[in-house]
Design a protein around this ligand. Structure first.
Ligand SMILES: N[C@@H](CCC(=O)N[C@@H](CS)C(=O)NCC(=O)O)C(=O)O
Length: 221
């Protein structure tokens, strides 16, 4: 069998979400680094595979699949021994999808990417308070998701957990998760840190946090 190829870089949260999925599935794959600092995602060869010039990208045979959420759903559906990480039950799946769309639009795009771009790529040293508020609002939502359940979409670990932990473990570079204010969110983070393959996320998350910490900024407004 030809191994799937994951294009990405460890500092990228959505790449780490896919790496957690691959580890959970124990699926062998090749990993090709795309250095975003050197704009390698804009190479002609890469743009042919992903005109959106984002990582992660999964190449599996003739298929090129972009977007971490689409990739994770594909991987579990194609290679999972069972459907536990992405349930076939429609109601359970809808909740997993809900959490992943939330991660994509609210957590990653609104809270994380905009701020990370300002600091890491545009070299801004002042950021508006509203960008910090977007992060606490995201934490508020995740805390509210938890009622009695263990994971973000029920009592079973799913790809929605991989998605959300990848961005939340990066957001802590800007706003630490206060265990007193967010007890359920904090407990969930600790739970995921116990996964035997959690290094697939933590190594890159530490790189991301270090990169942010190396660029001090002040909050204005
Ligand atoms: N929603 C997408 C986000 C992908 C994304 O924006 N990736 C960033 C890195 S974290 C990227 O590739 N940026 C480079 C670019 O847009 O050129 C996903 O989940 O895969």
């Amino acid at each position: 069998m030809v191994k799937p190829i994951l294009y990405g870089i460890d500092a990228s949260p959505p790449v780490r979400a896919v790496k957690l999925t691959l580890a959970a599935l124990q699926l062998p794959y090749d990993y090709k680094i795309v250095n975003l600092m050197n704009k390698e995602q804009h190479s002609e060869e890469y743009l042919k595979k992903n005109p959106q010039h984002t990582v992660p990208l999964l190449e599996d045979g003739d298929a090129n699949i972009a977007d971490s959420h689409a990739i994770m759903a594909y991987l579990v559906s194609k290679y999972g021994k069972d459907d536990s990480l992405y349930p076939k039950d429609l109601v359970k799946r809808a909740l997993v999808d809900n959490r992943m769309y939330f991660e994509s639009g609210v957590v990653f795009a609104n809270a994380l990417r905009s701020l990370a771009k300002m600091i890491l790529f545009l070299g801004k040293t002042e950021v508006p308070q509203e960008r910090i508020d977007a992060i606490t609002e995201a934490y508020d939502f995740v805390e509210a998701f938890f009622k009695d359940q263990t994971y973000v979409a029920g009592n079973q670990l799913t790809i929605a957990d991989f998605s959300l932990i990848s961005s939340i473990s990066s957001l802590v570079a800007f706003v630490p998760v206060d265990a007193a204010k967010y007890p359920k969110l904090s407990a969930w983070i600790k739970r995921l840190e116990q996964l035997p393959y959690y290094a697939e996320n933590s190594t890159g998350a530490q790189q991301f946090v270090a990169a942010v910490k190396s660029k001090p900024f002040t909050v204005v407004g």
